[in-house]
Design a protein around this ligand. Sequence first.
Ligand code: PLP
Length: 411
Amino acid sequence: SHPITKLRPLEQSEKLQNVCYEIRGPVHEHAARLESEGHRIMKLNIGNPALFGFEAPDVIMRDMIHALPFSQGYSESAGVLSARRAVVTRYETVPDFPYFDVDDVLLGNGVSELITMTMQALLNNGDEVLIPAPDYPLWTAMTALSGGNAVHYQCDEDNGWNPSIEDIESKITERTKALVVINPNNPTGAVYSREVLEKMVDVARRHSLLILADEIYDKILYDDAEHISIATLAPDLLVLTFNGLSKAYRVCGYRAGWVVRTGPKDHAKGFIEGMTILASTRLCANVPAQHAIQVALGGYQSIDALTMPGGRLYEQRNVTWNKLNEIPGVSCVKPMGALYAFPRLDPEVYQIHDDERFVQDLLLQEKILVVQGSGFNLPDTNHFRIVTLPWAQDLAEAIERIGNFLSSYRQ
Ligand code: PLP
């Protein structure tokens, strides 16, 4: 028999102290337990199109299968050349997008990995990064993991969730290094106008900030929304633009993303070298998924048919928005892009002191899983996020059940 050895407790590292990612947080685990007990959970918490019958375009899968025999080895750390070239070509058709070449493209295992690498390469302890509130929480989490301080700027719900330029300006200090812009926005669905983006660029210009533009939803637009890449307005600034195949091409499981650098680089040689070092330490991104990039970006863009009137995503966005606003005491700004709605619960009608508990109670009673607003670094407890991916009828039914739940909910 083996000796009984007394083992030292293993705690998580102190680096993780301020690292939160509630989208897959404790409530998510709770849901997994309910599922293992046989309950059917309506998962309105994660932007995973594959869960709701969205299929990736056939050509992507066929091309990836074709590439498998040639994808056995590591690729260059920056990514396979044909895929990086396809990324360059993609932006050539974006009006006014500043010139860049294949050396300015880095491929990663999804945008997530590239966000992590960027923050690790950029931040010293105590450096500050301006991040929207609400945000896609990975930006805040990776800033914290890298020793930085996430400083949240407000987006104004009464003004279509547009960023408050005054708030951004007021939060700049000597230690501010970068401005994160998530457009179209997760979780709010806001798509920023040229005027708003120009004002953000102006702030970045005056304070010499690096612009980090998360544009993963740039092709998921509704009604007459127009997406403007912030890089097009800032050819004189270093801008990193992030994007990938997860959403518009519905292959989030393949893990394929890219970041492109535009604008001047001479002042940022050290930082760029840091990115190169980090890219080489992980050898390369998943090679079969890199091969999917070229075929995805060329040819027919199937996402357009889903977002135009009559398309699945368009109809689901409409049903979500209409049904949420029918619930007494609930209001929701109309999402103009992305895959989410971010409704507000009127605090005069619903006294929610702990929105994580609210989400948990909804899960237990209705078997519906959403994410609490505070999970997106919003300071209040009156919001939650719902994905607009299920079929319209399922969404309508789920939102009706949320309405029934709310009508008797007291904390
Ligand atoms: N950025 C935003 C705004 C997102 O919503 C997501 C995923 O939901 C990501 C980045 C991560 O995407 P990826 O699958 O490319 O890692």
